[in-house]
Design a protein around this ligand. Structure first.
Ligand code: ADP
Ligand code: MG
Length: 357
């Protein structure tokens, strides 16, 4: 998460602009009947685009009147800003960075919110048998994932792995301790945490519906009708590969096509397998649906590590979680799809030749 720049934002407030084009149409298209339902439900609607956590955040908030919708959208943005101040490791003054700068082995007085974030992240480490582990700051540095990128030497990898793993971290109600020079990386859960908090703040401020798109992860909260979401083709993210119907909650996608770069002739991805220290094998992309954005965010990263079969198997085990993997054949370049059973009847192929299983 890069630093927030709230100065650069575009605000578009519209009062009951029924049937107007959606700011979020890039990613969300109204499901059947959606527009009419919004007309009945709300006479005030606000659409905004702001830059937060170094990426674009689009909000569409509806409420009974325009003033309430504006207040609710502002509450969401401020809350997301506070989440960034807690979790960003791009800024030295964030709470997480201050903990990293504190002495190893000593108790760090942390906010209840940070302790809760880390407890939830650690639960996903356990549930995914270590495919997700946010205590990978040393490996992120070894691969220079925040810079130009590099392939670390075997010795550098061994050294980095010693400084990784949530097993080095003790989380109490209001304090944190680490027994080695581990650093956490909120790259795979910070946006999710911000989305949940932002949507909750909007609803608490009177919004009836909040639709947020944060750097490609969406959250649909409140009394919203179902929506359809286009999932990008991992070979060319400007093209949609398929359309998914979602009935609320969050959708997170992880794939290297988003950030693909090559070093020494090999694709250097941005997802690490914490169990081995290697980069996760690139197969295409995975999209995870879950009620909470935090969970979808963590799980899409874990599912990318686990690969298509592991991703679907994990989703089948978890109540309320669905996964969809788009797989690019390494030889032919052909695209195929597989998904968990809860997505049956909710997937429409858009890419020519893409067959449903
Ligand atoms: P995006 O930022 O494109 O949404 P992800 O949500 O998948 O991507 O998160 C990837 C980021 O999470 C990486 O850039 C890195 O900071 C961190 N990360 C990489 N691998 C893991 C992992 N296995 N577990 C936890 N965090 C990871
Ligand atoms: Mg993620």
């Amino acid at each position: 998460m890069r630093p927030v720049t709230l100065s650069s934002y575009r605000l578009r407030a519209c009062c009951a602009a029924r049937g107007a084009s959606l700011a979020l149409a890039l990613t969300f298209a109204a499901g059947s009947g959606g527009a009419q339902e919004r007309t009945a439900a709300a006479s005030g609607e606000v659409e905004r685009v702001v830059v937060a956590m170094g990426t674009s955040l689009q909000l569409r908030v509806s409420a009974s009147d325009r003033a309430t919708a504006l207040r609710a959208s502002e509450a969401a943005v401020r809350t997301i800003e506070r989440t960034e101040q807690r979790l960003s490791t791009w800024r030295r003054d964030s709470e997480l960075s201050r903990w990293h700068a504190s002495p190893i082995g000593s108790g760090f007085a942390a906010s209840a919110a940070l302790c809760e974030d880390l407890r939830r992240a650690d639960r996903w480490r356990v549930e995914t048998a270590g495919a997700f582990d946010p205590a990978i700051g040393a490996l992120v540095d070894a691969y220079d994932l925040r810079g130009a990128g590099r392939w670390p030497t075997p010795a550098a990898l061994v050294d980095a792995r010693r400084r990784c793993g949530m097993s080095h971290v003790t989380i109490a109600t209001r304090s944190l301790r680490r027994d080695a020079a581990v650093r956490l990386d909120a790259g795979a859960f910070g946006k999710g945490a911000a989305l949940d908090a932002g949507a909750a703040a909007a609803l608490a401020a009177g919004a009836e519906t909040a639709l947020l798109d944060f750097g490609g992860q969406q959250l649909l909260a409140g009394a919203a009708a179902s929506r359809s979401l286009d999932v990008a083709d991992p070979r060319d993210r400007a093209r949609p590969a398929l359309r998914l119907r979602i009935d609320g909650g969050s959708a997170a996608t992880t794939g290297n096509s988003e950030r693909g770069r090559r070093r020494d002739g090999r694709l250097l991805g941005h997802v690490i397998d914490p169990r081995t220290g290697a980069l996760a094998e690139d197969f295409g992309s995975v999209t995870v649906l879950a009620a909470r954005a935090f969970d979808a965010d963590c799980l899409s990263t874990a599912c990318f590590v686990l690969g298509p079969a592991g991703a679907v198997a994990l989703a089948e085990q978890l109540e309320g979680v669905e996964a969809l993997a788009l797989v690019v054949d390494g030889d032919t370049g052909a695209l195929s799809v597989r998904f968990s059973s809860g997505l049956r009847g909710r997937v429409t192929p858009l890419s020519p030749g893409l067959q449903l299983p």
